[in-house]
Design a binder for this molecule. Structure first.
Ligand code: ADP
Ligand code: ADP
Ligand code: ZN
Length: 215
């Protein structure tokens, strides 16, 4: 199953991808998580990416295209993959098409999670994250023990880019650079819209209904 989860920042891509990856036993490939791991380890890539991430800007396309090419050619993608946060620009989507043709794993569907701007701001401002990739929400999805990850027991933190001002910048960047991909994948016949406003398990069920068609 070859799937891309698509949607604005805060739509619930990461939350859903974690569960879907377990359910369908395909790797969850989050470019945001890969970049943050590089920032944490202070790699050359991480140092370069951090400048953009802290401002709510996109990291340059050439960096992301190299990163996703390396990741998709790893052996665990043999049975499929679940992309989260890539592609975010038209050049990234074009490069993805080429890479997937080379490895003979074209996309089955692009699942677009739709959520209103008002709700996105609420979700992002209350988000609390874990270095293991899990994310929680102070009100909508609190961990069992305050400030502690249910999955791994580490302490939760607020992402540097989840402050009010950077949130608004990320939404603006989404509208300008990423949203055009809705038409791009619509024209390819790959786009499936999902209402992301419901509870986590409702959205999960709706996405499974789409993914089950591609088993
Ligand atoms: P994305 O990866 O698309 O940026 P996340 O999965 O990190 O989004 O979700 C953003 C925030 O919203 C998190 O705090 C998460 O716990 C919360 N969240 C995710 N899905 C829902 C939902 N269906 N209802 C309410 N809150 C949600
Ligand atoms: P979100 O919760 O906004 O969906 P992500 O964790 O996916 O956030 O991404 C965080 C940041 O990492 C982005 O604001 C951007 O700076 C960078 N990033 C992640 N994926 C990409 C990408 N495909 N292209 C460019 N930058 C990216
Ligand atoms: Zn954790």
């Amino acid at each position: 199953m070859n799937i891309a989860l698509f949607g604005p920042p805060g739509a619930g891509k990461g939350t859903q991808a974690k569960e879907l990856s377990k359910h369908y036993k395909i790797p969850h490939i989050s470019t945001g998580d890969i970049l943050r791991a590089n920032v944490r380890d202070a790699t050359e890539l991480g140092l370069k990416a951090k400048e953009y991430m802290d401002k709510g800007e996109l990291v340059p396309d050439d960096v992301l295209i190299g990163l996703i090419r390396n990741r998709l050619t790893e052996p665990d993608c043999e049975m499929g993959y679940l992309l989260d946060g890539y592609p975010r620009t038209i050049p990234q989507a074009d490069a993805l098409t080429d890479i997937l043709a080379e490895i003979n794993k074209p996309l089955d569907a692009v699942i677009n999670i739709e959520v209103s701007d008002e709700e996105l701001v609420k979700r992002l401002s209350g988000r609390r994250s874990c270095s293991c990739g899990e994310s929680y929400h102070l009100m909508f999805n609190p961990p069992e023990k305050e400030g502690v990850c249910d999955a791994c027991g580490s302490g939760l933190y607020q992402r540097d880019d989840d402050g009010e001002e950077v949130i608004l910048q990320r939404l603006a960047v989404y509208n300008e650079k990423t949203k055009p991909l809705i038409d791009y994948y619509g024209n390819e016949g790959l786009l499936v819209n999902i209402n992301g406003a419901g509870a986590v398990d409702e959205v999960f069920r709706d996405i499974c209904n789409v993914m089950d068609q591609h088993k």
